[in-house]
Design a protein around this ligand. Structure first.
Ligand SMILES: C[S@@+](CC[C@H](N)C(=O)[O-])C[C@H]1O[C@@H](n2cnc3c(N)ncnc32)[C@H](O)[C@@H]1O
Length: 266
């Protein structure tokens, strides 16, 4: 499969590679276990993991006996994924650099297409949704997760918008994937969708530690926060963010609400 990530200027590639995401990736594992159970991955299934990151979902599907391809925009993530696969002796996973908006795969090629908080970050949501469907055979399953606009991520979005404004390129502009109505609209006439609202726990000693790892030092928020060259402004944002986080913090975890989607392609 060919590399589709080099077309165009996709700064997201560098953002995700540079951050501390790999340190927080294990927090995703409970969501991935549930996603793969919902998808129903059987031995011999052809499985695509879009926005595979360090390989969490791809490795889990491979462990179920699937034939797996992992695609990510960020070369740094793919390096981690290859390392992780090699540790488990899974040398047969195909790791491909590519963009969720132009997946470098043939039509109808997969029984299951997974994306655990992956394709939701593609700026052109409609294209990314169409690509997930295109890659999946009739009767196959597209299963993905998306942060909910109602939970802590929605609340943090309001704080971020207050402090740094908003633009269509901001990652939090794409929370619409966490809304079942938006998903139904994207998959109208081509898939039967079912939804589950879920909670994912991110374990930290304090909300400050979550904010540092989730926002300041990982993934797509970090460059936006660096855009704030004023330390006082950044501290004021942190203070307000932590106040919101306190409401969602208990038993050493932030509970983040998300939507799990299962769409059977018709
Ligand atoms: C929150 S991480 C999730 C990683 C992985 N799915 C997991 O659950 O651990 C988001 C991933 O999506 C990737 N990504 C962001 N935008 C993308 C795009 N347009 N095409 C492909 N991958 C993308 C990032 O590089 C990052 O690895």
């Amino acid at each position: 499969m060919t590399d589709s990530s080099e077309s165009g200027d996709r700064s997201a590639r560098h953002v995700w590679s540079a951050g501390r995401y790999p340190a927080m990736a294990p927090n995703m594992l409970p969501a991935i276990a549930r996603l793969i159970n919902a998808a129903g991955v059987d031995p011999g299934n052809r499985v695509l993991d879009v926005g595979c990151g360090t390989g969490n979902a791809a490795l889990t599907a491979r462990r179920s006996g699937a034939d797996v391809v992992g695609i990510d925009l960020a070369h740094g993530m793919l390096e981690r994924a290859r390392d992780n696969a090699s540790l488990a002796g899974y040398d047969d996973i195909d790791w491909v650099a590519g963009d969720a908006e132009t997946l470098p795969v043939p039509d109808d090629a997969f029984d299951v297409v997974l994306s655990n908080f992956g394709h939701v970050f593609a700026p052109d949501s409609t294209r990314a949704g169409a690509e997930l469907r295109r890659a999946t055979r009739t009767g196959g399953r597209v299963c993905f997760t998306a942060w909910s606009p109602n939970g802590v991520v929605g609340d943090l979005t309001a704080v971020l918008t207050d402090h740094v404004g908003s633009s269509p390129d901001d990652p939090w502009s794409h929370l619409q994937w966490g809304d079942p109505d938006f998903v139904r609209e994207q998959f109208a006439d081509v898939a039967a969708c079912s939804f589950q609202r879920r909670l994912l726990e991110f374990r930290y000693a304090t909300p400050h530690h979550f904010w540092r790892e989730f926002a300041e030092e990982s993934g797509p928020l970090s460059p936006i926060l660096r855009r704030m060259d004023d330390d006082e402004a950044r501290a004021a944002l942190r203070r307000d963010a932590v106040t919101v986080l306190e409401e969602w913090f208990g038993d050493n975890a932030i509970r983040v609400e998300y939507l799990q989607v299962r769409a059977v392609i018709e």
